[in-house]
Design a binder for this molecule. Structure first.
Ligand code: IPD
Ligand code: CA
Ligand code: CA
Length: 270
């Protein structure tokens, strides 16, 4: 794949960042004043007016700047998908809606740009902590403009991990509960923030040594996956085969723990 030139990639990053910042203003506007909380797929899968309004402004900004690009956005799903473009924006206007509805500020806006099915730009922004994670493919990852790198932890028994439990947890046999218990015993601990994009951004920033989760959507993972890679980490399927954005599953680590964590996850599923 020949990447678009750096000037273009920087322009895409700028648009993604402005859109994420505007989405952040909407999340602040409705903070502690959310009036509409609705269930989506299942109990606990929520949507609020902040999700919808944040998505509206983000879509407006991106379509204005790049009217020919395709868009996959959580709250409007396939509507903006056009297969003719090499470019696809993948957007979560509020990652961590359950946190948000409970006035817990572990939330983010996640925006990624794919070129020929590969993520080339990623932005994850938490407006409450004012933390802006950015990456361009091949150019490294930053937090508020400062370069970030993954941790140096080499052993699982010295690691801090993160995971999550998808909305279908009440109806699936693949709950992730055994994995959570097993790895909690093997490590310094396993955190459960409830915002996948931030879990990945925290792996990129060296705050978590590894993260795994199932039942995710492309907009939960796209931007964060690029952050981890650009910060020197590794992403893959649980069994270390190449990461697939459509698979719903991701294993992300500082690289050094990748094989060990993969082995623990695979042993449990056998
Ligand atoms: C959710 C969060 C959560 C993960 C769920 C996601 P949402 O996204 O990322 O951490 O466990 O699977 O759906 O619904 O808050 O955008
Ligand atoms: Ca999400
Ligand atoms: Ca969301």
């Amino acid at each position: 794949m020949k990447l678009p030139n750096l000037t273009l990639l920087q322009a895409y990053l700028k648009t993604a960042t402005s859109a994420a910042t505007s989405g952040g203003k909407i999340l602040k506007k409705y903070w502690k004043n959310v009036k509409q909380i609705e269930d989506k797929s299942t109990a606990g899968d929520l949507v609020t007016e902040a999700d919808k309004e944040s998505e509206k402004i983000i879509l407006q900004m991106i379509t204005e700047a790049y009217p020919d690009h395709a868009i996959l956005a959580e709250e409007s799903s396939e509507k903006h998908l056009s297969s003719s473009s090499d470019f696809l924006w993948v957007i979560d206007p509020l990652d961590g809606t359950v946190n948000y509805a409970h006035q817990n500020p572990m939330v983010a806006i996640s925006i990624a740009l794919l070129y020929q099915n590969k993520v080339v730009v990623g932005v994850v922004f938490n407006p409450f902590y004012q933390e802006l994670f950015q990456a361009i493919k091949g150019m490294g990852a930053t937090l508020n403009g400062e370069k970030i790198t993954v941790s140096q932890t080499r052993a699982l028994d010295k690691s801090l991990l993160a995971t999550g439990f998808a909305y279908d947890r009440r109806t699936t046999t693949d709950t992730n509960y055994p994995e959570f218990c097993h790895l909690t015993n093997l490590t310094h601990g396993v955190r459960r923030f409830g915002a996948a994009s931030l879990d990945l951004a925290f792996v990129a920033a060296g705050r978590f040594d590894g993260y795994w989760e199932r039942g995710l959507k492309p907009w939960d993972m796209a931007a964060g996956a690029l952050l981890v890679q650009e910060a020197g980490g590794k992403i893959s399927a649980y069994n270390e085969t190449p990461f697939d954005l459509q698979s719903g599953k991701i294993l992300a680590t500082n690289g050094m723990l990748h094989h060990a964590l993969s082995q623990e996850l695979l042993n449990l599923s056998m």
